[in-house]
Design a protein around this ligand. Sequence first.
Ligand code: HEC
Ligand code: HEC
Length: 209
Amino acid sequence: MKTQKVTGFALLAGAGLFSLSLATGAWAADINKLVDACTQCHERDGASHDPNMPIIGGYSEPYVISSLTAYKKKSRTCPEIEYLHGDKKVKLTDMCRIAKTLSEADIKKLAQYYASKKFRRANQDFDPELAKKGQQIHERDCEKCHSQAGSVASDDSGILAGQWTPYLKQQFMAFYTEKRMLASKMKPKFYKLDKTEMDALLNYYASFK
Ligand code: HEC
Ligand code: HEC
């Protein structure tokens, strides 16, 4: 009886240890596998070179969690896109389909991973005159929530300075057509902007290298 008990305990303890080491190994394998799927478009460290693909390395953990959750719930528009690298057998997909396959735990791991990377600004052309005008508009209407030209990740409002212009332009349109929800306080500021002002803002964000 006594021996049986000891053996039983030893077995349990052994099993516990085994699953613990398995879990640690699995964690690393797991995050690498998760990230591999993202690298196909957002590239290494989330520093995308494609102007339609947002740079996501260096975004804050809460922002990545909230955007992936929004895609998962389809409360944010998700235009179809081709895989840029890797397996090209699957031609088209979108962020909603991608996020749907992620668990809450996956989303958290991915968010921590990208938050630990540096935001690498895109190198793009801009018009200095328009950028100057854009700076004034930004300081008047946007700086409050997108501080230092929208370069502070912990504002949890995305990153604007150095983000790809074509991507930002698409988001402006998505906000404008209400395909993407606007923060309620951002609404009045945003809707009163005309096309030239939006253009000026885009040139301002593109001026950060
Ligand atoms: C097939 C290409 C593709 C793949 C693969 C992909 N993404 Fe995306 N991702 C995009 C595109 C395109 C957008 C912009 C969509 C939009 O307009 O909202 C985007 C947007 C995002 C955003 C929002 C960025 C912002 O500034 O708001 C995050 C966060 C993100 N992706 C994370 C991921 C993660 C994490 C993975 C891997 C699980 C992943 N993506 C895989 C193409 C891709
Ligand atoms: C009251 C706060 C507030 C103000 C003012 C504000 N924003 Fe935002 N903005 C936010 C928040 C919060 C988000 C993140 C929304 C989300 O998670 O979808 C955001 C997101 C964005 C994004 C998307 C970033 C990305 O990575 O996809 C853009 C572009 C943007 N804002 C531009 C502007 C511009 C331009 C102005 C000024 C005209 C402005 N915002 C004013 C709070 C604000």
